[in-house]
Design a protein around this ligand. Structure first.
Ligand SMILES: *Cc1c(COP(=O)(O)O)cnc(C)c1O
Length: 417
């Protein structure tokens, strides 16, 4: 289902990747609608009385946001731009939570005007800023504190957020004092508690450890007469990038946290999945441009650059790569690299892969999350097209840049500001 070989050719739902490459050229991000629906619905089913806030930063494509909005998704946002996009997609403001360590005054004002559910506050100074701006607007800001529970999610250091020494959240030991301060602020309404321990998490234990620590805080707060309505457990469930990985399912996450939070009958859970909604739903189609040998190394030079997919170089991430047409060629050890002038521009290093020919198509798997969202025009490359395949239909969700797009922000300017 979704993305698989039929006979010897890769299909996305009912359309062959060869045909898609003819229609769309390469490189192109290709997503399966069915897989998007499946992933979201497995959260919706597991978290049936809760709020599923899609973490927009994983992939903020507007059509995708509309699809998720229609399925009843909320949103976890981290910028004013994301707020703009999710409101435009029709997401209910009462299902929007706002995370991030650096919300500006302008962004806070916009979120208050939009009447979002809550701010996940990450510092004392942010709390004061929100209180002040809410006062100017004659409003009460609903907040939760994002608490750093100091647990190790066992993931890449750039995506571990719940350990001491990261910039995220407030220190566990400071949480109670922070709630007490907030409870005295006239334009703050405390409604929740939040934690997010990291990303690409493949074990359920860290969630349970975090839940236990958060639960201690909730009990202490109740004893201080500070009552919460929402427990936001963050996102971070991993996906299967490599064969040996077995990520937990949403239902397992729900069971693990409910083993701790089940006793709070008056509280609603919020979950903020990004990668596990969109990550495995898409492949990037690309093409071999050249082959070469340097020293003892074989290279396949393809048209997918780090501007299209930065994860391998940014996170040492592994992406499985498939030949679009199965080949009888034996796999050899080679590097699959892009055209960009950086040694960090690679998709795979020392990978066993057949030495395909010029023009042959490849599909890089699991590019749905942090793929397109992190793309750029580096090297003045045109950002790539995006499509969703729905059965036999192709939905165009993002056009490829044209050369003119490379100039758009840099011409017809006033000479001096
Ligand atoms: C990035 C992020 C998420 C989503 O993480 P995934 O690993 O994509 O599920 C959720 N909440 C917050 C606060 C985040 O920063």
């Amino acid at each position: 289902m979704g993305i698989k070989y039929i006979k010897n050719e890769l299909f996305i739902e009912q359309i062959s990747a060869v045909k898609l490459a003819e229609l769309c050229d390469t490189p192109t991000y290709v997503y399966s609608k069915k897989l998007i629906l499946n992933n979201f619905n497995s959260y919706k089913k597991a978290f049936n009385n809760d709020i599923v806030c899609y973490a927009v930063k994983a992939n903020s494509n507007q059509t995708l946001l509309e699809i998720l909005s229609n399925l009843g998704a909320g949103a976890d946002i981290v910028s004013g731009g994301e707020l703009f996009k999710v409101l435009r997609a029709g997401i209910n403001p009462q299902k929007i939570v706002y995370s991030g360590v650096g919300k500006t005054a302008e962004e806070i004002k916009y979120a208050l005007e939009s009447n979002i559910l809550m701010f996940n506050v990450e510092s004392y100074e942010e709390l004061c800023a929100i209180n002040k701006i809410a006062k100017q607007m004659n409003k009460k800001a609903r907040i939760a504190f994002r608490v750093n529970p100091n647990v190790d999610p066992d993931t890449h250091k750039y995506i571990a957020t719940g350990k001491h020494g990261t910039k995220f959240g407030i220190k566990y030991e400071d949480a109670i004092d922070m709630y007490i301060s907030a409870s005295k602020m006239a334009n703050i309404e405390i409604i929740g508690i939040d934690t997010h321990i990291g990303s690409q998490i493949l074990k359920i234990e860290p969630y349970k450890l975090a839940a236990l620590k958060i639960s201690k805080l909730i009990d202490k707060l109740e004893s201080l007469n500070i009552h919460l309505k929402y427990i936001d457990i963050g996102g971070g469930l991993g996906i299967k990038y490599e064969k040996n990985q077995k990520p937990p399912k949403p239902i397992e996450l729900k069971k693990a946290v409910m083993s701790v939070f089940g006793k709070y009958k008056d509280k609603t859970l919020i979950v903020e999945p990004g990668r596990s909604i969109i990550g495995n739903t898409g492949v990037m189609l690309g093409k071999v441009i050249y082959r070469k040998k340097s020293g003892n190394k074989n290279f396949l030079i393809v048209d997918i650059g780090m501007n299209d997919l930065i994860r391998p170089t940014l996170y040492d991430a592994y992406h499985n790569i498939l030949p679009v047409k199965k080949t009888s060629k034996k796999p050899i050890t080679l590097d699959i690299v892009g055209p960009i002038c950086e040694s960090g521009d690679f998709i795979a290093k020392d990978r066993k892969f057949p030495l395909l020919e010029q023009g042959d198509l490849i599909a890089v798997e699991c590019i749905g999350a942090y793929g397109s969202a992190m793309s750029s025009q580096y090297n003045s490359r045109k950002r790539s097209r995006g499509i969703i395949v729905d059965g036999k239909k192709v939905i165009h969700i993002r056009r490829r840049d044209e050369f003119e797009d490379l100039l758009r922000l840099e011409e017809n300017l006033e000479k001096y500001l």
